[in-house]
Design a binder for this molecule. Structure first.
Ligand SMILES: [Zn+2]
Length: 88
């Protein structure tokens, strides 16, 4: 048996009242690579696109789709979309 936890990259960005919402490791493991992205508002937080879309956690902005990790990130993105997009 081999253990590899290479996707356990430390994410200590617990600011902004948004925590404990990351997808489960097993969900991430079963998701296709193409289906996983990072939350735009909280970079480093993995987001499974299909799950985010089911939950309404995405925004279409200037012909681009952006996925969010949790409910708290929607209003943050809406408040200042340019700021988050500029950071990508
Ligand atoms: Zn979030």
């Amino acid at each position: 048996m081999t253990t590899h936890d290479h996707h356990n990259h430390g994410h200590g960005a617990a600011s902004g009242g948004c925590s404990g919402h990351a997808p489960k490791t097993e969900d991430l493991a079963s998701a296709q690579g193409d289906d996983v992205t990072e939350c735009l508002v909280m970079p480093g937080t993995p987001v499974i696109k299909s799950q985010a879309e089911e939950a309404g956690l995405y925004r279409d902005y200037q012909d681009q789709r952006y996925w969010l990790c949790c409910d708290a990130c929607g209003p943050l993105f809406d408040a200042d979309p340019e700021r988050y997009i500029a950071a990508t």
